[in-house]
Each structure stands twice: as C-alpha cells, then as structure tokens.
Design a protein around this ligand. Structure first.
Ligand code: NAD
Length: 352
C-alpha cells in the first residue's frame, strides 16, 4: 500500500500543525537538504510548453529516496476560475523502486516556495529588516508573508497587485493573521521603505515589474540603503519580472544555475555571469549578504530538491496520524512473475 495525501488532508495537517511553526520547521528541513546538495541527482526540469503555460516534471534522488513533482504554470488560468499553479508529487524507495507516498502538491508547493524564499532571505536580507513589499497578492502571497514572519520576524507588509480584488482578498486574510498591512496604489509606492521586496506576479511575458530607476528612487525616498529582492514569479523561458539593468546591478543568488539560465531572471545574460549558488552560502562555502548597502537578488525558479525536502518532511510527519489514506497503487501478485493473475479474466467454457 502507498500513502496518499489529498488536498483536504494536507490542509488539515498544515492548519493543525500551525502554519508558522510548520514554515519554520520546513525552512530548517530545506537548509539540511541544501547543505548536502552535492549528493543529489540534478537536472533542469523537463518542461512541456504550450500557448498558455507549461507542465513541468521535476525529479531528483539522494540515492536512498527518489522524488518527483509534476507542476503546471498557467497565468491565464485565473481568468478561467482555475489556479495558476497546481501540482502533485511522489516519493519512491530507490532500493526497490516502489512508490512510498503520493501527495497533492499545490498547497505543499506554496509552503515549500515560501520556506525556500525565507531560507534565502535569512542569509541575504538586510539585518533587522522589518518591512516587506509584496508585488502580486495571488495564491502564493499569504504563504510568503507567513514564512517571512516565522523566520525573520517581518510583520509589516506593503502590497500592490494590478487586480484590486486580489489585494482585498490579501488584506482580509493578512489582517486576520495580525499582519500590519498597507495596500498601495503602485509598485513604486509599495516598495518605498521596504527592506525586502517579493515579486510573485504571474504573466507569460518578459515583464518589468521592477525597474532599476524605480528601485533607486524608492530606496532613496524610503531611506533604505540595502535591499533584498525575492523574485519568484520569473520562472519560465519568456516569463520574467525584473528589468535586466536591475539584475545586473545586484548580487544574484540562484538554486541550480543550469535551470536558472533557462528559466530565471538571468535567462538573457551570458552563462558566465557572476552568480552564487544558494547551497554554497548555506554550507558556508560562499558569502551571502556582504555589506549593509548591497542589493541582493534571489532569482528563484523552484528546484526539485525543494520539493523532495517538502515531501520527505511531510512523509516523516505522517506516522500515527490520519492525514493520509492507503491506496492500492502497486500491483502485488502472490507470484511476482504471474502478473496476469491479477486480471479478472473469465475462463473460457470448457468444451465437453
Ligand atoms: P496567481 O495567479 O495566483 O497570482 C499572481 C498575481 O499577480 C495575480 O493576483 C495578478 O493579478 C498579479 N499580477 C500580475 N501582473 C502583475 C503586475 N505587473 N503587477 C502586480 N501584480 C501583478 O499566481 P501565484 O500562484 O500566486 O504565483 C505567482 C507567481 O509565482 C507565478 O508566476 C508562479 O509561476 C510563480 N511561482 C514560483 C515558484 C518558485 O519556486 N519560484 C513557485 C510557485 C509559483
């Protein structure tokens, strides 16, 4: 039997655990896996691109456990009453090849993306950052806010979205969670006075949500010298959020360069562009923020090891709970060579 975690059970598990404790523990789990990065099989994810979006397969293994996620990104979906991002994934035992757990990963992706953003910000954001601007207040936004409060103590949020209904939804949810929320009339207004800017917009184009001039003006107006940009929405070829001049000015940190050069903000830059792999900052082999007035950019696209970490984290917490069902996913005939025995084939009538 294989464990199966559906959306309702994942949501119940997360709410019962407590979102901020869960996001803190998940961040710690991610840090552990990033610190053993060289052990993992790594490959850029395999994307199937279409007019409105992409479906991607994200596999990895640490030699003992194998994990994959299947995820889509369809910015048009919100106009159809559908999610931009949905996902499911599985863990398997490398020794036998048998699946261990199958899980919904739409909620789990939001949790792992927020925890990964916070993990990066812990080593990249200005010390004593108190204020975050959120540009894009769709499905990911509350998770980002909670992960930053859980890990960095950031409680003041300045928010802008082109969709007023998305902003109203965010204000409703975040106020109930006791965040100090200011809704803003423009991106520039939102980032003024912020020490961290999270861009989590969805548009299938090379957008310039933040320009270099805008960031320079907003930092000067807000009296902010050092800034950390957590850019999560640029994650596909032809789908970016930042003015390339802004990217060139910053110190860029990435998950897996081979994938980020295909999908991230740096996709138009030469492959010898100076950047730092986040895992090396976490092992102490590279420096994170190096000065108070630095512009740091986490060019996040989402990597398979983050999903592996989230699935392992979830699976380890399922023992003795009712947050999963057991499903009959593996064919197990009494004689492994007699797979045919599992077919309810009627015996032909004997000829007398
Ligand atoms: P969503 O569609 O629910 O929300 C996106 C929001 O951005 C919408 O409310 C939309 O109105 C707003 N928006 C679009 N263009 C904007 C602009 N120019 N300025 C301000 N707001 C704008 O999507 P989501 O599920 O919240 O995902 C957000 C983004 O994060 C997507 O692009 C998704 O692909 C990406 N993502 C990245 C990772 C990662 O690991 N890096 C993981 C999950 C999702």
């Amino acid at each position: 039997m294989v464990r199966f975690v559906n959306v309702q059970n994942l949501g119940r598990w997360a709410a019962d655990t407590g979102l901020e404790p869960l996001l803190r523990d998940l961040t710690t789990e991610l840090e552990g896996h990033f610190q053993r990065w060289p052990l993992f099989d790594k490959t850029p994810r395999v994307g199937s691109h279409s007019q409105h979006g992409v479906i991607e397969l994200m596999p990895t293994s640490d030699g003992i456990t194998y994990g994959f996620k299947c995820v889509n990104g369809h910015p048009i979906n919100s106009t159809r009453g559908l999610q931009t991002v949905t996902a499911f994934g599985a863990l398997s035992d490398v020794d036998t090849g048998y699946p261990i757990m199958l899980s919904e990963m739409t909620l789990l992706t939001a949790l792992r993306t927020a925890a990964t953003s916070a993990m990066a910000a812990k080593v990249l954001a200005p010390v004593n950052a108190t204020t975050m601007a959120l540009i894009g207040s769709g499905a990911q936004s509350e998770f980002q806010a909670l992960a930053f409060r859980a890990n960095l103590g950031i409680n003041t949020l300045r928010v802008f979205d082109v969709d007023p209904a998305a902003m109203a939804k965010f204000e409703r949810n975040a106020t109930a969670l006791d965040f100090d929320v200011t809704l803003c009339g423009s991106v520039e207004e939102a980032i003024t006075g912020a020490h961290v800017v999270t861009t989590c917009t969805a548009d299938k184009k090379n957008a310039t949500v933040l320009t270099d001039e805008m960031v320079t003006r907003a930092c000067a107006a807000g009296g902010v010298t050092g800034l950390h940009i957590n850019a999560i929405g640029g994650d596909c070829p032809g789908k970016t959020e930042l003015d390339i001049e802004l990217v060139k000015r910053g110190s860029v940190f990435v998950e897996y360069p081979e994938q980020t050069f295909i999908e991230g903000e740096i996709q138009t830059l030469p492959h010898d562009w100076p950047l730092t792999e986040l895992w090396q900052v976490l092992t102490g082999d590279a420096v994170g923020r190096s000065s108070d007035d630095e512009l740091t950019i986490f060019d996040s696209v989402g990597f398979a090891i983050e999903d592996f970490a989230a699935l392992v984290f979830l699976n380890n917490r399922l023992d003795g709970t009712d947050y999963y069902d057991e499903i009959d996913l593996i064919a197990e005939p009494a004689d492994p060579k007699d797979l045919f025995a599992l077919l309810p084939v009627k015996q032909p009538a004997t000829i007398s």
